[in-house]
Write a protein of this length. Structure first.
Length: 295
């Protein structure tokens, strides 16, 4: 694949201006040029940039890093490292996971994510590593702009980790509220929904998880079988205002006895009409606070 400097900025977290400076001062990257003289980068250059960012996060100066060979850089990355702050630690994991994901290196990605979970915990890993990773790859809040194979490879490993953590939790209080979680039938990206599942279980709620691409009519089967107190769905994709309002109206008619909660794309949700009866979660903090059960 080829990437523009804007793509490199999105994937590395380093501003385009800084990347240009690193090229000019330290010969960090060697971009190709299009017929219009636009900088273009291949996978090798992207991986090199991610390696540079990773080493920079553990305290090495850019000038020193760029003087090293690719082999020396890899050797340093394989060595034991000490991070100066939690922010550096998160950024190190983030850069390395993107690199391993783009290389389809399952073993390295899996081991590093396990290490991240052990050191940072699942909630901090999601907040500071997993979610930023998905945002940078364009998997959650914008149109896909990366190879679908990378998307499926990375997101499936993350799903496995989240479900493994969910399986470790047992709900002990059956008198707590029951939540129904799903995505509309045109929505695929369910990792945010799975993490909501984890937080609800962690806070001792009962959860019926239907996942992505759930036909609206199928909710009736659930609601007629079990009492549902809360319904949570994410709307991430850009969509027509008229059809979205119609969808919400149909959802409201099917879930008359349950409180409906909505999260996702603020641009889409802001345009919805007649949703005073729907609770809009605008942040993860807001969601976490609302689901805590007093002891």
């Amino acid at each position: 694949m080829t990437y523009t400097i804007s793509d490199l900025e999105q994937l590395s977290g380093v501003q385009s201006h800084t990347i240009r400076i690193w090229e000019q001062r330290y010969n960090a990257l060697k971009p190709m040029r299009s017929q219009g003289n636009t900088r273009l980068y291949d996978d090798e250059q992207l991986v090199k940039l991610l390696n540079i960012v990773s080493l920079n996060q553990v305290g090495l100066k850019i000038s020193k890093i760029c003087s090293l060979s690719n082999e020396e850089i890899e050797d340093l990355l394989d060595q034991q490292y000490e991070h100066q702050s939690d922010d550096d630690l998160a950024e190190f994991y983030l850069s390395r996971l993107i690199k391993f994901g783009l290389e389809f290196n399952h073993l390295a990605f899996n081991n590093l994510l396990n290490d991240c979970l052990q050191i940072m915990g699942i909630t901090n890993t999601y907040r500071r590593v997993t979610y930023p990773l998905l945002v940078r790859l364009g998997l959650m809040w914008r149109k896909d702009d990366i190879c679908p194979a990378h998307e499926h490879f990375i997101s499936n490993i993350i799903r496995q980790k989240l479900f493994a953590q969910i399986d470790k939790i047992s709900t002990t209080n059956q008198d707590t509220a029951t939540w129904l979680l799903f995505l509309p039938e045109d929505e695929d990206h369910d990792i945010g929904l799975i993490f909501a599942y984890y937080l609800l279980k962690l806070n001792n709620h009962n959860v019926i998880f239907l996942g992505n691409r759930t036909p609206l009519d199928s909710l009736s089967a659930v609601i007629s079988t079990i009492n549902i107190d809360h319904v949570l769905l994410f709307m991430v994709k850009s969509r027509a205002e008229e059809s979205t309002n119609k969808y919400i109206l149909n959802l409201t008619n099917k879930c008359k006895t349950a409180k409906i909660h909505l999260a996702g794309n603020a641009t889409v949700i802001k345009k919805l009409k007649n949703i005073d009866h729907i609770n809009w979660f605008k942040s993860l903090d807001e969601f976490e606070k609302s689901i805590q059960i007093p002891i």
